[in-house]
Design a protein around this ligand. Structure first.
Ligand code: ZN
Length: 122
């Protein structure tokens, strides 16, 4: 009788389908270059700023703490065997950046998709 009721409860609230998951928390770090720039003084020798920035992280400037510009998720205590993108995906599987990266392949993510994401907001 009321067929709107048994549809997916997660989408019960009317909103643009990707409004929540596709807005970065820190827009200023949407670009790979901006994120990479935060890694000044980064102390972890086995993980490069490039790899972390490519995985969406920017450096908080303290210990080995990084944060995802998109979901805002923080990661620290990095280990030599860690792959930044895999860790990101494992710890914050709902991150919009991670989902986009997964869809498009890890290598070519960076700013292209983010620009698209920002655009859809306008
Ligand atoms: Zn994230």
């Amino acid at each position: 009788m009321f067929n709107g009721n048994n549809s997916n409860p997660r989408f019960g609230i009317e909103t643009k389908p990707d409004a929540r998951d596709f807005l970065p928390k820190r827009k200023e770090y949407s670009s790979f270059e901006e994120r990479k720039r935060t890694f000044e003084g980064w102390p972890v020798v086995f993980l490069t700023a490039e790899r972390l920035a490519a995985a969406g992280f920017w450096y908080l400037g303290e210990g080995d703490r990084v944060r995802c510009f998109f979901c805002g998720g923080g990661v620290r205590n990095w280990l030599p065997e860690d792959d930044p993108m895999s860790e990101h995906r494992r710890i914050f599987p709902t991150c919009g950046f991670v989902s986009m990266a997964t869809e498009n392949g890890d290598e070519q993510l960076q700013s292209i998709n983010i620009k698209k994401a920002n655009k859809s907001r306008l």
